[in-house]
Design a protein around this ligand. Structure first.
Ligand SMILES: NC(=O)c1ccc[n+]([C@@H]2O[C@H](COP(=O)([O-])OP(=O)(O)OC[C@H]3O[C@@H](n4cnc5c(N)ncnc54)[C@H](OP(=O)(O)O)[C@@H]3O)[C@@H](O)[C@H]2O)c1
Length: 277
């Protein structure tokens, strides 16, 4: 369960997006700050938060406390009910105040909102980029149809589509469309909310490589060039979740893990979700 933690990146038009980051949903307060600070200390260079998580202040504090702010990509996401241009602009400035950072490295639309024209939202995000409030922009929970709409709606490069992605959910269609649009795929819930641990197939493959089931699960994604943002509240698991670059899964193992996909594999589904592919 140990091994090299040296970082790898996905290159999107010269922007280096770390292949491993830390998810922070449900982390809060001092515990959140401590985990973020420690993650950066051991090599994480990407931290994922959102307006919805209510923890931007704690995340920002951890980033600043690390002393490595300039090396870290901080992602936050705009709530779907704040996507109209003026509100989006206000909400991003509020995020910056909570984070107490000079700039947001990557700003995402958290969930699509059919009541707000996409071109207006993306236009407002592009303006914030040009005015120096954010460095890069992208989307989350976008389907094939929404990706096609987004590409037509802006000339600004979109860096990524952050989507649910793990062995129990076949996301081939949306991954292909994301890549066709020149964007990186970022996997959320990449260890299926912890259920990779205890999976018989992942455990067995892990034994062959001297790795845990969670590491095999994360390696399966990163080996496909999919970035991952596993969350943990436990300092001792931070190292485990980033030690993914000192082993390689065989083609047969990659196929076997892909075979774990099932019809009911989706975990994150809300009343406001788009019609999934
Ligand atoms: N864009 C979106 O709509 C969206 C939606 C969902 C999530 N996200 C982002 O993606 C991040 C990750 O997704 P997630 O939080 O849903 O789920 P996840 O990262 O797949 O799983 C987190 C769970 O796995 C456990 N865990 C972590 N490392 C482990 C290990 N090595 N072995 C066994 N269990 C382990 C954690 O428990 P412990 O704390 O006990 O370690 C936690 O219960 C979120 O935190 C958030 O930043 C984005």
């Amino acid at each position: 369960m140990t091994g090299s933690t040296s970082q790898s990146f996905v290159d999107i038009r010269g922007f280096k997006l770390p292949l491993v980051g830390l998810g922070t949903w449900q982390l809060s307060g001092r515990d959140c700050t401590r985990v973020v600070q420690q993650a950066i200390k051991i090599g994480y260079r990407s931290i994922d938060t959102a307006q919805m998580y209510g923890n931007e202040a704690a995340v920002g504090e951890g980033v600043r406390a690390s002393g490595l702010r300039s090396e870290v990509m901080v992602t936050t996401k705009v709530q779907p009910e704040r996507l109209a241009p003026h509100d989006l602009e206000r909400s991003v400035k509020e995020s910056l105040v909570r984070l107490r950072l000079d700039v947001i490295d990557l700003l995402l639309i958290h969930w699509p909102n059919p009541r707000v024209p996409l071109a207006e939202t993306l236009g407002a995000m592009a303006n914030l980029k040009h005015d120096g409030f954010v460095k890069q922009i992208g989307v989350s929970n976008f389907t094939v149809a929404l990706i096609e709409q987004a590409v037509k709606a802006t000339t600004e490069p979109l860096i990524c589509n952050q989507i649910e992605c793990h062995p129990y959910l076949n996301q081939d269609k949306v991954i292909a469309a994301t890549r066709k649009a020149g964007m990186a795929v970022v996997a959320y819930s990449p260890i299926a909310r912890g259920s990779a641990k205890g999976d018989a197939v992942l455990e067995r493959i892990g034994k062959v490589h001297g790795k845990s089931a969670a590491q095999v699960c994360l390696r399966w994604l990163t080996q496909q060039g999919v970035a991952v943002i596993p969350r943990t509240s436990k300092i001792e698991r931070l190292e485990e979740n980033i030690a993914l670059f000192d082993f390689e899964l065989t083609d047969a193992e990659m196929k076997e893990i892909a075979g774990l996909a099932r019809r009911d594999g989706r975990i994150v589904d809300w009343s406001w979700s788009p019609k999934w592919d």
